[in-house]
Design a binder for this molecule. Sequence first.
Ligand code: PHE
Length: 488
Amino acid sequence: MIKRERWSSKMIFIFAAIGSAVGLGNVWRFPYLAGKYGGGAFLIPYLFMLFVLGIPLLIMEFAIGQKMQLGAVGSFKNIKHKLSGIGLGGVLSGFVVCGYYAVVMAWCIIYLVHSFSMRWGTDTKTFFFNNILHLSDNAAKTGFISPAILFSLILVWLMIYFSVWKGVKSVGKVVLITMPLPVVLLLILLARGITLPGAMEGVLFYIKPKFSALLDLEVWSAAMSQIFFTLSLAFGIMIAYASYQHTSSDIAKSAIVTSLVNSSISIVSGFAVFSTLGYMSLKNGVAISELAASGPSLAFIVFPKALSLIPFAPFFAVLFFIMLITLGIDSAFSLVEAASTVISDSFPHVRRQDVSLYVCVFGFASGIIFTTFAGLYYLDIVDHFITNYGLVAVGLLEVLAVGWLYGADKLRAYVNSVSDIKIGKWWEILIKYIIPILLVFLLISTIQRDMATPYEGYPQWSLFLFGWLILLIVAASSIICSHLSKKT
Ligand code: PHE
C-alpha cells in the first residue's frame, strides 16, 4: 500500500480549496451574470442558492473525500461499486470546463501584454472580436487557429503543469501566492473603482433589488449553476482535495470558510466592476444596464474600455489582468488535480509527474478547438451545456447516492465527530429532499427552455455537436465505468 500524500498543513488545504473556488467565475462570470439578470435581482437567488445548495454540498464533498481517502471515482465506488460513474461524470465534465477555462486565461495573457501600451484603444469591441479572436460570422465558419491564442494557451498549460507536477506538494507551494495575490489586487481595483465619479450609480444598479426578476425561473437556474461553478462542486475537485486531509480533520469550518470567502470575493468584485461601469456610463453617456449586459465579453470589452478612461490606465490594466491570471490558475490546476487523483488512485505505481503530464497534454489538446475563429461560439455553447446539465446532473446523482444509499445521517455523524461546528438535522433534510427536488425542478425548466428556443439562437447542429454530444459522451463513459467497476 502506497502512503497517501498529505497537505503540509490545514491552512494549505483551505488555501487550495479557496484557490480552486475563487477564479474567473468570481470576477468574470459572476459580474456578467449579475449584469445580465438586472443587477440586484441576481443577488437574492445567488445568496439563496449559496446557503441552501452551496454550503451543504461543499460539506458533503469534503466529508466524502476525507472519509473515503480517495478521489471522486473511488469514493463513489466505495459507497456502491456500481456508482463509480458518478465520480467519473464529474471529473470528465470538469475536464471539459478546463479545456475552455484555459483558453479564457490565454486571452488574459494576451491582454496583459497589450495592457502596457493599452493597445486596444477606444474601440475595444473591434479589438477583442477582430484583432484577438478573429471571430467569424457564425458557428459554421470555424476558420483557422489563431496563433497568438494558441501560443498563450501553451504558456497557460506550462504554468498549470509546473504547478501540479508533483501533486499536492507543488500545489501547496503555488497556492501560497496564487490565492492571496489576486485578492490584494482586487482590493486595489475596488478602492480605485469606488472613488471614481459616477461610481455610486453603478453600485446602486448592482445592489438595488428588482423583485420582478425573481419571477423568472431562468434567473434561479443561472444562480444555481453559478453556485456549482464557483464552489467547484460536482467536478470531483473538492473530493480529491479533501482526500489528502487526515480523516480526523475538521470539515464543517473548512467548508463554511471556503464558501463564505469565495462568495465575499464575488460580491466585492461586483462592487469593483459596477463602480467602474458607473464611471464609464457617466463619461460616455451609455446606460449602465446596457454596459452590464454585455455577457462573457464584459471583462474583455467593457472593462478594458472603462480602464482606458481612468488616469494611470496601463497600471490598472496590468493589475486587472494579472489578477485574472492568478485567479484562474489555481482553479484550472484544481481540475487537473481532480483527474490526476482519480488516475493515481487506480494506478498508484505510475509516477505523479507522468500522470500530471498526460492530463495536461490531453487538456491542452481538448482546448485547441476554442482557439479557432469560431472558438467563442463553441465556448459559449459548451459552458452552457456543461454547467446547466452536466454539473447539475452529477450533483443530483451525488446527493441521491449520499443521501439515500450511504446515509445522510451516517455522513453527518462523521462530520460532527471531527468538526468543531456541529451541523444539525437540517443538513440531512437538505441533502435527502430539498436539494434533489430543487435540482430536478431546475433541470426540467432548463430543458424546457432549451427546447422552446435554441440557446442564444445558435444553429441546431452546433448545439448538438458542442452541447448534447459532449454530454452524451460524458454520460456514456460514466455508465461504462460503472458497468465495468468490480466489487473490491
Ligand atoms: N470555481 C472556479 C471559478 O469560479 C471555476 C472552476 C470551475 C474551477 C470548475 C474548477 C472547476 O472560477
